[in-house]
Design a protein around this ligand. Structure first.
Ligand SMILES: NC(=O)c1ccc[n+]([C@@H]2O[C@H](COP(=O)([O-])OP(=O)(O)OC[C@H]3O[C@@H](n4cnc5c(N)ncnc54)[C@H](OP(=O)(O)O)[C@@H]3O)[C@@H](O)[C@H]2O)c1
Length: 244
């Protein structure tokens, strides 16, 4: 494909699977923050599959981190074909009833929403130079219905969906902007915030009676990249847990 791709949060889970899926023939900028060893393993696997991998570390909960990531990209490349705004997560479950914590709300928005918005804007000049350039934001099923003690996280991703439509309008016709809303996907995300019992309950609730795998989302990233008539859309991939 010979694409220049930047994937944020490429050290584990969905980001790592996306990097592995897109590796062959592409140059991939793999962003990570704290998972250095897994990030290096992803880079090795991209190289082994015939891709070129560059690692960039940045804390995306800060403006400085987003600026630094973009500056690193600009040092190495004069164009970007694909930006996958994937870094994110539910930092901790926090119930409205028990009392919301301001700092946690702020950090959740900084990681999931502000970084997506700012990186899209900062990378826009690089994307303008790309070939059928596109931005792919990772949203969540939490937007569609309440998730247990994850209301703020759901609201963050709701803002990502709204931003996706606005950015798709503003950046058209040159740059396409879409999002993917994963259902429950078995990744390190849940190791931090969902017990094995809760994971079983999620699977039981799902019409397909299972949780998803990171590859289910990675293949959707490829689909969006390859479909040049798609913009402003959020694609739900959740085993039927939410149906429109
Ligand atoms: N798994 C699910 O069920 C599910 C469902 C819906 C949506 N999602 C979304 O899918 C995306 C990927 O999640 P995942 O399931 O693959 O989880 P994951 O394995 O925990 O991956 C999260 C990624 O985000 C990065 N990250 C976390 N904090 C960061 C920070 N402060 N600065 C920069 N990067 C940071 C992590 O990098 P380091 O580890 O290197 O710090 C990691 O690469 C997230 O946006 C998540 O909200 C997941």
């Amino acid at each position: 494909m010979n694409k220049v791709i930047c994937i944020t949060g490429a050290s584990t889970g969905i980001g790592a699977a996306t990097a592995r899926t897109l590796a062959e023939g592409n140059t991939i900028y793999l962003h990570y923050n704290s998972s250095e060893k897994p990030a290096h393993e992803v880079a090795e696997s991209v190289t082994a599959s015939g891709g070129i991998a560059h690692l960039i570390r940045a804390d995306l909960t800060t403006e400085a981190g987003c600026v630094q990531l973009t500056a690193e990209l600009k040092k190495h490349t004069s164009k970007l074909d694909v930006l996958v705004n994937n870094a994110g997560g539910l930092l901790r479950r926090n119930s409205i009833v028990e009392g919301l914590e301001w700092e946690l709300m702020e950090e959740t928005f900084r990681l999931n929403t502000f970084s997506t918005m700012l990186l899209t804007s900062l990378c826009q000049p690089l994307l303008q130079e790309g070939n059928d350039p596109c931005v792919i934001n990772i949203s969540s099923i939490a937007v569609r219905h309440g998730a247990p003690s994850a209301t703020i996280y759901g609201a963050c991703k709701g803002a990502v969906d709204t931003f996706t439509r606005g950015a798709a309008t503003e950046l058209a016709p040159g740059i396409r902007v879409n999002a993917i809303a994963p259902g429950v996907i078995a990744t390190p995300f849940h190791e931090k915030v969902s017990t094995p019992e809760r994971m079983k309950q999620f699977a039981e609730k799902c019409p397909l009676k299972r949780n998803g795998q990171a590859d289910h989302i990675a293949s959707a990233v490829r689909f969006i990249m390859e479909n040049d008539f798609l913009t402003g859309e959020t694609i739900d991939i959740n085993g039927g847990l939410f149906m429109r």
